[in-house]
Design a binder for this molecule. Structure first.
Ligand SMILES: [Zn+2]
Length: 207
């Protein structure tokens, strides 16, 4: 019988293409916990800074302090240490596509052994249509998968990300993460992604 049991914490993966309001959704969830007097712990990926303390900012102007994780960060130790000082009611992770397999395993333990819900927000695929490592293991292991939707210029659901270089040309190849570049990313539907990539490949073939 499950009657009378406490609710069990779960691991959530909120995924989308670019610009679907992931950081806004994260900050709203954190706010909801804080409003009820509950403590949250926010993490974001170390991309182009060396700071231990950073911020999650949303395009509509909200922001909150966050801890930074790199590939070597032992996220479970950080969470457990904080939780021992003052109880943590929810962990929120921005840019969770950059988590390693080991870090997703650690987050599963936080949910299952410490009973703290973990909410991860990030991209499903990169500009080549390939899964990021964090997204790969979150899709495999999360309890709840929630798609945050955004639309292509044609009105269809955008599920892909096109990467443009500094000259405004679509890139079909390159490293998954390019630090300090001035490229930009645009979310499009699968049809318009494939059309754009075919055009680039055809142009490369002609030249
Ligand atoms: Zn489209």
């Amino acid at each position: 019988m499950c009657k009378g049991r406490e609710p069990v914490a779960q691991l959530y993966f909120y995924y989308s293409a670019m610009n679907a309001g992931k950081s806004t959704a994260l900050l709203q969830s954190s706010y909801n916990y804080n409003e009820r007097g509950m403590r949250t712990l926010i993490f974001t990926a170390e991309i182009d800074n060396r700071y231990e303390q950073s911020k999650v900012t949303s395009r509509i102007g909200l922001s909150a302090d966050a801890r930074v994780f790199g590939p070597e960060t032992d996220v479970s130790s950080v969470i457990i240490r904080e939780h021992q000082q003052t109880p943590v009611h929810c962990v929120l992770i921005d840019e969770c596509q950059f988590l390693t397999k080991a870090q997703v395993e650690q987050l599963c333990c936080i949910v299952d052994d410490i009973d703290i819900p973990v909410l991860c927000y990030g991209l499903r695929t990169d500009f080549k249509g390939e899964l990021f490592s964090g997204s790969h293991y979150l899709l495999a292991w999360a309890d709840k998968l929630v798609e945050l939707k955004t639309i292509c210029y044609c009105g269809r659901k955008a599920s892909r990300v096109l990467r443009y270089d500094g000259q405004g040309r679509v890139m079909s190849d390159g490293a998954q993460i390019d630090i300090g570049g001035n490229e930009k990313y645009v979310s499009v539907c699968r049809k318009h992604y494939n059309e754009a990539i075919r055009e680039v490949k055809a142009a490369e073939y002609r030249s």
